[in-house]
Design a protein around this ligand. Structure first.
Ligand code: ADP
Length: 260
């Protein structure tokens, strides 16, 4: 794990190209990829020209969420061309560039090279925003992205559980130190509505992330409930934000707040 104090960013020239928004989390499995995909789709529905980079090189899940596992991107001038999707979100994942199912053991320089390749791909000149699904924690990919690509801001996602929260705060510290503003926090898996009786229970607690946002004086962007439809849609290449079911709502709301 890279140390926060390793970040020495010299940002002089303004970067050209789309605004980069990083989506990070302290640990894996909290729904960072789910949020990134659905947020991108919700933004696209609002007319934003948005692309998505899956920089979670250790466990790329965007090809599954977008149903593009079997697609191999074209290459032009030795650079990959992002894959179009029916949801209006061109995307590119390390999962598209390496042999599917092959276990990835990236060393630092390879990880840094991978994120560079993804961000310097043939993104259309019309792309306004690039959402970047980061690997969890604070490692080489995060450092390269911060130092080389200067994100406009970061969104951090956590479940209400304490441990996940503490780690998300550490990831936030990394961005803070580098002068990348944390746009806000999102609470995922926040409350579970029983599909049989409708009673809402809180398997991971609820409200913890909003309270933490208050303590850290960061904006709270919204909560997403734990819902079977979200998991099923993600696994089936049919993300909920693309539909008009109740589970599109929380993502639409976060997209709206992001634009504010
Ligand atoms: P991360 O990117 O943080 O590792 P993922 O987005 O891959 O996490 O989510 C981990 C698993 O949890 C996936 O199977 C995903 O479909 C599921 N999941 C994420 N958020 C929710 C939610 N709000 N309700 C139900 N399942 C969810």
């Amino acid at each position: 794990r890279a140390d926060v104090s390793d970040v020495r960013v010299v940002m002089t020239a303004e970067r050209k190209g789309p605004m980069i928004i990083a989506v990070g989390s302290g640990k894996g499995g909290v729904g960072k990829s789910t949020l990134t995909a659905n947020l991108a789709i919700a933004l696209a529905k609002k007319g934003v020209k948005v692309g998505l980079v899956d920089a979670d090189i250790y466990g790329p899940s965007q090809p599954v969420i977008f149903g593009s596992q079997s697609v191999r991107p074209d290459a032009r001038d030795n650079k990959p061309v992002p894959i179009e999707s029916k949801y209006g979100v061109p995307h590119l994942s390390m999962g598209h560039l390496v042999t599917p199912g092959k276990a990835l053991a990236w060393r630092g320089p390879m990880a840094s090279g991978a994120i560079t390749q993804l961000l310097e791909a043939h993104w259309s000149s019309e792309t306004e925003v690039l959402l970047v699904d980061l690997p969890p924690g604070t490692g080489d990919v995060q450092l390269t992205m911060i130092q080389k690509f200067k994100p406009a801001g970061a969104v951090l996602v956590s479940t209400p559980q304490d441990l996940a929260l503490i780690d998300a705060a550490r990831a936030g510290q990394l961005f803070d130190t580098a002068g990348v503003p944390v746009i806000g926090l999102v609470e995922n898996m926040s409350g579970y509505a029983c599909p049989h009786c409708g009673e809402v229970s809180d398997p991971f607690g609820a409200g913890g992330v909003e309270a933490a946002a208050g303590r850290l004086e960061l904006p709270f962007l919204g909560r997403i409930p734990l819902d079977m439809a979200i998991r099923q849609g993600s696994d089936a290449g049919d993300p909920p934000a693309a539909g008009d079911g109740p589970m599109a709502e929380p993502f639409n709301a976060i997209a709206t707040r992001l634009g504010e």
